[in-house]
Design a protein around this ligand. Structure first.
Ligand SMILES: Cc1cc2nc3c(=O)[nH]c(=O)nc-3n(C[C@H](O)[C@H](O)[C@H](O)COP(=O)(O)OP(=O)(O)OC[C@H]3O[C@@H](n4cnc5c(N)ncnc54)[C@H](O)[C@@H]3O)c2cc1C
Length: 422
């Protein structure tokens, strides 16, 4: 259906869907977003944008705005349950990437993308209060079916509708609930004095008890405080069951803080940080098995709908951005066609499937477990427990799987060549 307008119908106005919409606008492809929320609000807490994703946001002309909502991450470190250093490495431009890494508030990033999309595509192209329940394929077009029964035609339909994707449920009937391996995350963000210079990410503990924290705003020079994001993680017997996964479920510090009362390390005080937080959210760490296919006729998937993974490698949101750009590139190369959906899937489905599996066992934080198993966190010199080479090898290997190895990314041409239009 060559003249279909909009050509690309996108179910979901999260990070993935909005990046795709902005990319379509950049390359001259008409797009329409159908978002279920009645109104977009800045929900969630902190996330990280890796240099591969930041590069794409810069290519979308969003660098200045990005700098207003986040902090450029300088270092990333693993620490034992006693607060001792295992491995610290520079990040983003400090590690030699041509682009920065940013720690940002997830909701602020979504709002930034939403404002840009409304400005550039027109707010009549980014519709809220429109839940998509499924689709119907036809020879030359596809119809997104909305909850109110309305049918929206397009040349293709992209399911960017997140963890409980309705589009995925139709492509892969009977898949059921996501997998829960037993870990619960409690998340929050609060104004606090940041640690280690104010642009550092810290992962403390081991597989069954962890605390991850990083600032998501610059330090205010007047107060010496920044908005500091934190995630406390504990593991339980997965057969015991837990609350259904919901990014916005409220929780209380009483649910988990007992396990962290001793975690006061001088450079960071975990109980103080948690107790200073107004709103705490609970989330069971879930993922889904990699799929054999993403496409059904003129429908395909992107972002969490395609490859929800454990949030251990800071790449859920980054991959959502990259998916949108790669799909745009496929449209440039093949038009808004089934061939484009096939090319996109051939490139990204195997790679993101590998990330899902990697994050289950040997994400970048695997070395924390290694140190706990070998020493119980007690050592005089970390290199008596694990060699520098072993630590460096593991860090490099993960970056390769996650698509952000330094040399490869720096040498790669832009996904969307400047000025390219369909
Ligand atoms: C409210 C919320 C809070 C989050 N908080 C965090 C966080 O604190 N930390 C973290 O690491 N990750 C968080 N995430 C997940 C994170 O945003 C994603 O892992 C990542 O950004 C990939 O984005 P996505 O666009 O694929 O999915 P999402 O960000 O989940 O976006 C999916 C979008 O689709 C919409 N949608 C869902 N179903 C339908 C439907 N049937 N029809 C139309 N639209 C639909 C949703 O309202 C949402 O706007 C959160 C997600 C949400 C929705």
């Amino acid at each position: 259906m060559g003249g279909t307008d909009p050509a690309v119908v996108i179910a979901g106005g999260g990070i993935a869907g909005l990046c795709l919409a902005l990319t379509c606008e950049q390359i001259g492809v008409p797009a329409l977003v159908l978002e279920s929320a009645a109104e977009l609000r800045p929900l969630g807490v902190g996330i990280n944008l890796q240099p591969n994703a930041v590069r794409e946001l810069i290519d979308l002309g969003l660098e200045d705005e990005l700098r207003t909502i986040g902090v450029e991450t300088e270092e990333y470190g693993f620490y034992t349950k006693f607060g001792d250093e295992i491995w610290v490495e520079p990040r983003g431009r400090f590690a030699g990437y041509a682009w920065p890494q940013f720690s940002v508030h997830r909701g602020e990033l979504q709002m930034l993308l939403y404002r840009a999309a409304c400005r550039r595509l027109g707010s009549n192209r980014i519709l809220t209060g429109r839940r998509v329940t499924g689709y119907e394929n036809h020879d030359d077009h596809i119809e997104a079916v909305a909850a109110d029964g309305d049918r929206v035609p397009g040349a293709v339909l992209i399911g960017a509708d997140g963890l409980h994707s309705a589009i995925r449920a139709q492509i892969v009937p009977g898949e059921g609930a996501p997998n829960w391996g037993g870990a619960i995350l409690w998340r929050g963000a609060t104004m606090a004095e940041p640690f280690r210079g104010g642009a550092s990410m810290a992962l403390i503990g081991h597989a069954t008890q962890r605390f991850v924290t990083y600032p998501i705003s610059p330090t205010d020079p007047r107060t010496g405080q920044a908005l500091v994001n934190w995630i406390a993680e504990l593991s339980f017997d997965p057969s015991s069951g837990w609350n259904r996964e919901d990014w916005n479920r409220r929780a209380s510090a009483d649910d988990f803080l007992d396990a962290f009362t001793e975690w006061r390390f001088g450079w960071i005080d975990v109980p103080d940080l948690v107790l200073a937080t107004d709103e705490i959210f609970e989330y069971p760490m879930v993922d889904r098995d990699p799929l054999e296919r993403w496409r059904d006729g003129r429908a395909t998937l992107m972002g969490d709908a395609a490859h929800i993974m454990y949030p251990v490698g800071s790449n859920g949101a980054s991959q959502a951005v990259v998916d949108g750009r790669k799909l745009g590139r496929a449209f440039l190369d093949h038009g808004v066609t089934i061939a484009a959906l096939e090319a996109y899937e051939a490139e990204l489905r195997p790679a993101t499937g590998a990330m899902v599996l990697q994050n289950r066992g040997r994400g970048p934080d695997y070395v924390m477990d290694l140190v706990e198993q070998r020493s119980g966190g007690l050592f005089d010199d970390i290199h008596d427990v694990v060699s520098h080479e072993e630590l460096a090898d593991h860090a490099a290997k993960y970056k390769g799987v996650a698509g952000f190895s330094i040399d490869e990314l720096n040498a790669s041409p832009p996904v969307i060549p400047p000025g390219a239009r369909l």
